[in-house]
Design a protein around this ligand. Structure first.
Ligand code: NCD
Ligand code: ZN
Length: 363
């Protein structure tokens, strides 16, 4: 038997399951062979002519067999917002999309801004989830110092909303609190994950222009400048405090350039791109209006091309779905009343795979 990737002792008894196929996706590339699974874990990959004896067997044929994906950015709605979706349904969508681990955001009701509330949520969904889970704790704007001694087994990252709306009630508007959060996170070895848009700038535009009458008018109140200004602020705080910062759902070319430049200069700052920003452009938002309302907004074709380049060139660190479902009634109300956010945990892998094949048809 030719063992290609021994992971555990092959002298273990007959595997529970063997998955055979011609397209097993491994760290060394795509290859034919048999995946041996025992106790829920891959124990070896072999390429013998006939499949090894096993309790169960699955023939994948020409289908691709991939490791379960990690979606590092979902907004499941348990507890408090289950009229939008509950954990059972969110996790079922994840499995359908090839995602076997989700990292859930803190903007549930109540928001998980302290270890006790976070642990209560974890207990509430335990046993009901079809996928593994981790949680981002939310930064409490009133108590940024909590991050200095956050227990890494509870959460290794803290979400900071620098701008807010319907489902993001814990916005850090006070620059002093933001600075304290960067200092405390650096002290506690906690990575910040940031919704980096400038709330003050958006508030100014809202006040100046008043209630939007149409979706396009709304978009003028949420320009790319909001993201660029906030990302520049984050880069400056990372430079000052050495905090590890991961910027979520980057939407514009300028932001991508800024973070890449900061990285090249040695700052510990990374970024995420979402399936939404890779899949849609402002052609779609013009056509579909508030149904595609997302925060940060979906931008133009040139921005989308820049985000794809970040993926193809390996500049981004994570791909997230930013799965954030709302009800159809909520999404089709008035422009101002329609909450931003789109589902996507089920579509992420397919959207990225399809887009990648379109962009690199020969591979
Ligand atoms: C998110 C939601 O609905 O929970 N919406 C979104 O547009 N991304 C909240 C957020 O991340 O801002
Ligand atoms: Zn989000």
């Amino acid at each position: 038997m030719d063992r290609l990737t021994p992971v555990a002792d092959l002298a273990t008894p007959v595997p529970d399951l063997v998955v055979s196929g011609r397209r097993l996706v491994t760290p060394q590339g795509v290859r034919g062979g048999h995946l041996l699974i025992s106790g829920g874990r891959i124990t070896a990959i072999t390429d013998t002519d006939t499949a090894p004896a096993s309790a169960g067997r699955l023939d994948a044929g020409d289908h691709y067999v991939l490791p379960g994906l990690v979606d590092s950015h979902v907004h499941f709605r348990t507890p408090g917002l289950t009229h939008k979706e509950d954990w059972e349904h969110g996790s079922r969508a994840a499995v359908r999309g090839g995602v076997t681990t989700v990292m859930d955001m803190p903007n549930t009701v109540p928001p998980t801004l302290a270890p006790e509330t976070l642990l209560a949520k974890a207990r509430q969904v335990a046993g009901r989830s079809l996928v593994d889970m981790r949680f981002h704790i939310g930064l409490d704007p009133a108590r940024p110092e909590l991050l200095a001694d956050l227990d890494a087994s509870v959460a290794t990252s803290a979400k900071v909303f620098m701008a807010g709306h319907h489902t993001a009630p814990t916005v850090v508007r006070d620059p002093a609190a933001l600075e304290k959060a960067f200092a405390a996170a650096a002290e506690g070895g906690v990575q910040l994950v940031l919704h980096a848009e400038d709330d003050g700038l958006f508030a100014l535009l809202d006040a100046w222009w008043g209630e939007p009458g149409s979706y396009l008018e709304y978009e003028r109140r949420r320009p790319r400048t909001g993201g660029i200004v906030a990302v520049a602020k984050v880069v400056e705080l990372v430079r000052r405090y050495g905090t590890r910062a991961h910027i979520l759902h980057l939407s514009s070319a300028e932001e991508a350039d800024l973070v890449c430049a900061a990285q090249a200069a040695g700052y510990p700052v990374t970024f995420e791109v979402t399936g939404h920003h890779l899949s849609f452009t402002d052609d779609d938002t013009r056509r579909l209006g508030a149904r595609t309302r997302l925060s940060p907004s979906i931008r133009g074709r040139a921005d989308q091309d820049r985000l794809w380049r970040a993926l193809v060139d390996g500049q981004l660190t994570t791909l997230g779905s930013d799965h954030a479902p709302h009800t159809v009634a909520e999404k089709t109300g008035t422009v101002a009343g329609s909450p931003p956010g789109l589902p996507g945990v089920q579509e992420l892998a397919v959207a990225v795979w399809t887009g990648m094949r379109r962009r690199r048809p020969d591979e």
